[in-house]
Design a binder for this molecule. Structure first.
Ligand SMILES: [Ca+2]
Ligand SMILES: [Ca+2]
Ligand SMILES: [Ca+2]
Length: 372
């Protein structure tokens, strides 16, 4: 800009300029000027020059357009936020990947764009800004979520976008916590079934000398009346207590919410999943080939059936580590005192099926309500 330097310290420089100009003017030109008119014209010209130079100076100081020149202002454009979720559906066991790399900006290169996430769209950003565009996470609580992504360019402009995500209940969580007593159970998925991998142990211990009753208290036996055995092998229950005084097959009974006492047919389903034929599964006595080996602790099914012994109808605790019995929720067709049972023995490869006395106290494995 020509005014820079010349009128840098206006008005001092301007006055110097006028004085210099006037001196020259008078020395060289005045003798040719015959009239006052011309002199006024010259003065007008000086004034115009001064005003013009002042305007230039004002432009420098006031920064009319922010560029220090007369080019049109360049506006930063806000970035555009966009992201995908993979997989698009899942449950509380699913590791979701959130990918914001589809976001873009006209000025800022993708690698310099920053992103941050709000997993509930509650206005509190749950991550710091980062140039890393992907993020992986699980959701511990099932439900409908709105995920918010904010993208920021290097000029501090931002954009926000949201997407919805439904997180289902994990049909077979690795560990299930019984909300009634906070006891944890590991689980195993076999075929379409989700089984507890441990015998149920809930309720208040009573002595083996007493029968259980419909008294509003969830009662349990521990082998030899020793609470430590309940912790190691699970508890033993009489059928009526186990069923919570209903005869409805497949009832929740004393299992936690979302679980039930498996039916005779559901046990057959398990046995057939381990290789038993339909004809064998539906027959009684010892059936199949090596399904008991697969079911017992350390077996290939992962079921880890503990041989917890049982409490006999004579109130004796019998056969710990040698025999395990599991009640189903299916009562016997003919004898009203009996229900269908599975027995496993430490020296037998096959599973024993029989309808047996409800008054015995056996183990129970809870089965998750239909998972598919
Ligand atoms: Ca931008
Ligand atoms: Ca949040
Ligand atoms: Ca009871």
């Amino acid at each position: 800009m020509y005014s820079e330097g010349l009128f840098k310290s206006f008005p001092v420089d301007a006055l110097k300029f006028i004085r210099y100009f006037c001196t020259c003017f008078y020395k060289t030109k005045i003798k040719y000027m015959k009239t006052k008119k011309l002199r006024y014209l010259a003065m007008l010209l000086f004034s115009a020059l001064i005003i013009a130079s002042c305007n230039e100076k004002d432009d420098d100081n006031g920064d009319d357009n922010g560029n220090g020149n007369d080019d049109p202002p360049v506006e930063n454009k806000a970035p555009v936020a966009d992201f995908s979720i993979s997989p698009q559906t899942g449950n509380t066991d699913t590791l979701f990947t959130f990918d914001a790399s589809a976001s873009y900006d006209e000025e800022t290169p993708a690698a310099e764009l920053e992103v941050r996430w709000d997993w509930q769209n509650d206005g509190n950003w749950d991550t710091d800004y980062t140039t890393e565009k992907t993020h992986q996470r699980k959701f511990e609580v099932h439900g409908d979520y709105t995920i918010a992504l904010q993208v920021r360019d290097t000029a501090d402009s931002t954009d926000v976008t949201t997407r919805n995500l439904t997180v289902d209940i994990d049909p077979c969580p690795d560990v299930f916590t019984d909300p009634r007593d906070q006891r944890e159970y590991t689980t195993v998925e076999i075929g379409d079934q989700c089984w507890m991998k441990e015998n149920l142990n809930t309720g208040v211990m009573i002595f083996g000398s007493q029968d259980m009753s419909d008294n509003g208290t969830l009662e349990k036996y521990c082998y030899d009346n020793n609470a430590a055995n309940c912790n190691e092998y699970g508890a033993l229950y009489q059928w009526n207590e186990l069923m919570q005084y209903t005869e409805e097959e497949g009832s929740q009974g004393i299992c936690p919410e979302g679980w039930h006492v498996p039916t005779d047919v559901e046990w057959m389903q398990l046995e057939m999943e381990l290789g038993m034929t339909y004809d064998e599964a539906t027959s009684s006595g010892f059936r199949g080939t090596d399904e008991a080996i697969k079911l017992r602790t350390g077996g290939s099914s992962g079921f880890d059936a503990q041989l917890a012994g049982y409490r006999s109808v004579n109130s004796e605790f019998i056969n710990l580590n040698a025999q395990g019995g599991f009640f189903t929720s299916t009562k016997a067709l003919v004898n009203p005192n009996n229900a269908w049972v599975r027995f496993l023995f430490d020296d037998q490869d096959r599973i024993y099926r029989i309808d047996y006395q409800k008054k015995m106290a056996l183990s129970v494995r809870c089965l998750r309500d239909a998972i598919r």
